[in-house]
Design a protein. Sequence first.
Length: 212
Amino acid sequence: MNEKKSTFIATLIITSCVCLMPIVLGFILWDKLPEMLPQQYGWDDQVNWSLRKPAGFILCPAILALVNVVIQSVLRLSKQQLNKKVVLLISWLIPVLTLVVNCLMLLKAAGLGISAIHIVIPVLSLMFIIIGNYLPKTEPNGVVGVRAPWINGNPDVWAKTNRLGGILMVITGFVCLATCFTPIGKYVFVISLIVLMVITLVYSLILAARSR
């Protein structure tokens, strides 16, 4: 077994275990958890739908562990050479998000007095900041980055679009992080995402048109 294959298998096993760790917390908190566990909250922090335990704390981590396996396999089978730091980031993104969000959701269900919005927005804001730092380092590929038909085929458009996209993601992350615990936090989050996507899309279209 070569070194790359050994590293892949080790990373796959470790990250999958991290994805499944909230299940352990679910059993630890069993007596404190309600019979019906919330799976999704609305903007008003009201439960949209629930599942009976233990399915309520097993299903989501299990599905995300499967998603992790698929992502790791795609990275492994990709013929394109990706920046090692970018690969490391992608490899751990789902596991870390699964661990943090699912554990906090279980603690909320067990009685932790925190709004679901105050869990999700800070986590996603940090994710934007981290991803934004790495986007400018990506080269044209079919796996990661700001991608569209008019972007993928032009290295110059790709580089400039992902550079701007990375900068905007970092700014969005800090803005959302600064406002997430305020009454306007959820509105700032949605508006910031829309602005981020629109500016990046329009910028990429302008670059593609100029390059013709």
